[in-house]
Design a protein around this ligand. Structure first.
Ligand SMILES: Nc1ncnc2c1ncn2[C@@H]1O[C@H](COP(=O)(O)OP(=O)(O)OP(=O)(O)O)[C@@H](O)[C@H]1O
Ligand SMILES: [Mg+2]
Length: 339
């Protein structure tokens, strides 16, 4: 049996560049070499695509597929992704997780792991995502949207969360306790996006769930996030010992089921495919709210997504196999459609 050629696309233009590279390293180390031939591709913060030495030749030789996807390695050396069986985008934030790369892969006709164009773009935008969830009766945190030059608005009192609409890893997010902090937080968020959310503070337990699948998505066991900080900020996410993941959460079993059920519903409502990590809050009275969906969650073997599936009986290597199967399955299914 010939091996599948998997391009692992990583880095990217966003501030989560390094986080993505750490995830991709894990993926590359764990893809079974008997089953897969890997082609690492790193997108620089300047947007340039670079292949590891040697892989350019492998990619361009023997490629029978039309040259649909230009991968500028340098001005003089355009390559294509035509010789790849499936692309695994391990990219976070804008120009990676937001449907742009997914659109390029759709145009190129190459199967790829994870959410499609619409779901990626929708879930990247915390405000639009919540509009869709609300429309389907799925409870979400309340927010208002600020635009550059518009009035400062905060109907929620203090503390309040301020976020760029389309980013991740807690970059640009502030928990504002006063009007001054709100103004500073809004200015910070506008450095990252031209759309900013002011969001009600939810005083509850943070719980995350992994979702895996296309047509019949399944939920992992949820995990409770215990941040060793006032909230789950960048440091708590990535510093050694910054957080603890408690699986399953210290919550009643009916609440845990509710978290899983709502997370699957949120995945279906936003038309996600392949994978997502759903971040939820549980209020003291047991009410579950969806905070956000991440279509390309942190993906090292010790990231929350992988740990949750590990605890649910799906080890990391099996998770990777499954995601690649799902990418190919979607591609086959959609290839039969008439446009
Ligand atoms: N409305 C809220 N109430 C209470 N805490 C919040 C609220 N919004 C965000 N937080 C805190 O800030 C953290 C980051 O928020 P959020 O998940 O929206 O950002 P992100 O940058 O997209 O994160 P990720 O790394 O998961 O992509 C949350 O995990 C939580 O600790
Ligand atoms: Mg989050």
């Amino acid at each position: 049996m010939s091996r599948l050629r998997v391009a692992v696309l990583t880095g990217g233009r966003s501030s989560e560049h390094e986080v993505a590279i750490a995830s991709a390293r894990s993926v590359l180390e764990s893809l079974d070499p008997d089953r897969y031939e890997t082609v690492p591709i790193e997108i620089g913060r300047d947007g340039r695509w670079a292949l590891e030495p040697g892989s350019l030749r492998e990619l361009t030789n023997g490629s029978s597929v039309a040259a649909t996807l230009p991968v500028p390695v340098s001005r003089s050396q355009p390559a294509t992704l035509g010789g790849v069986d499936v692309v695994f985008p391990v990219l976070h934030g804008p120009f990676g997780e937001d449907g742009t790369v997914q659109g390029l892969l759709e145009l190129a006709g190459i199967p790829y792991v994870g959410a499609g164009v619409a779901a990626s773009a929708l879930c990247m935008d915390k405000d639009l995502m919540k509009s869709v969830l609300r429309d389907r009766g799925i409870p979400v945190t309340r927010n208002v949207v600020l635009r550059p030059g518009g009035a400062l608005e905060n109907p929620f009192g203090y503390p309040v969360f301020v976020k760029p609409a389309r980013l991740g890893s807690s970059v640009g997010i502030t928990k504002a306790r006063t009007r001054d902090e709100l103004e500073e937080g809004v200015a910070l968020a506008f450095r990252h996006d031209e759309k900013v959310l002011v969001e009600e503070f939810v005083d509850g337990v943070e719980v995350e769930v992994g979702i895996l699948g296309n047509v019949e998505p399944v939920a992992s066991l949820p995990g409770e996030i215990v941040a060793h900080a006032d909230w789950y900020d960048y440091g708590a996410k990535y510093d050694e010992g910054g957080m603890e993941l408690v699986v399953p959460p210290r919550l009643p079993s009916d609440v845990i089921e509710q978290v899983q059920d709502l997370s699957v519903r949120a995945f279906v409502a936003t038309e996600c495919e392949g994978m997502a990590r759903v971040d939820c809050f549980v209020r003291p009275d047991g009410e579950v709210l969806i905070n956000e969906l991440n279509t390309i969650p942190g993906f090292t073997a010790t990231s929350v997504y992988a740990k949750l599936f590990e605890a649910s009986g799906v080890p990391y290597t099996r998770l990777l196999d499954r995601l690649i199967e799902l990418a190919l399955e979607r591609h086959r299914r959609r290839a039969g459609l008439e446009f």
